[in-house]
Design a protein around this ligand. Sequence first.
Ligand code: FE2
Length: 209
Amino acid sequence: MTPTTHALFPTPVMVVHKILDKLQVAQINTDISRMDFSSNAKSSALAHSNSAIGPLDPVLQKAFSPIKGKLVAFGQELFGEELNWTIKEAWVNILETGGHQAMHLHANSFISGVVYLTDSHPSANLIFQKPESHTGFVFSNFNARSELNPFTAARWQVPEIKAGDLILFPSFMMHGVASNEGEQRISLAFNAIPDKLDSWGYSIRFNPD
Ligand SMILES: [Fe+2]
């Protein structure tokens, strides 16, 4: 009898190609050109829009209306129930040639996402990293002989990202971007929270304000 290995407790990452069409992408790119940007602390070739812009901003409202349905669907996969989701914060990233984004995660958020407003060179596609021990030693058998599979791999890079694509992931996941070997890449990132979570009556409400 062939043994079965079960891949337990997977982490969902949703990729939606062409959530925005070319016209919508062009419109948002025009709208965001009025924003002010500041350099990232760890990469001078990466800039973020200065002020986080809430969901009521008409510019981003246009970008988020096609995304909301996917956000709710992804939230249902994460928490098993259709919940009310709010985009808590959103910002624009401009990644120039040679720029990178250090590995990080988004605390106090539940779903994070990125919408791409230009194509992404494969070198600058988003990378996710498996959590490692923060307080103890880490043992590994990663070497030239070892096989790469879903259990041994420590990183996964989104294979292809074009303008208009959406990526949704749990906010606890470590993610970053390696050095961009391509042209300028523009993306719109956001964090989303549900109005509440309920574990058999132990419910917690979240205030987006
Ligand atoms: Fe991020």
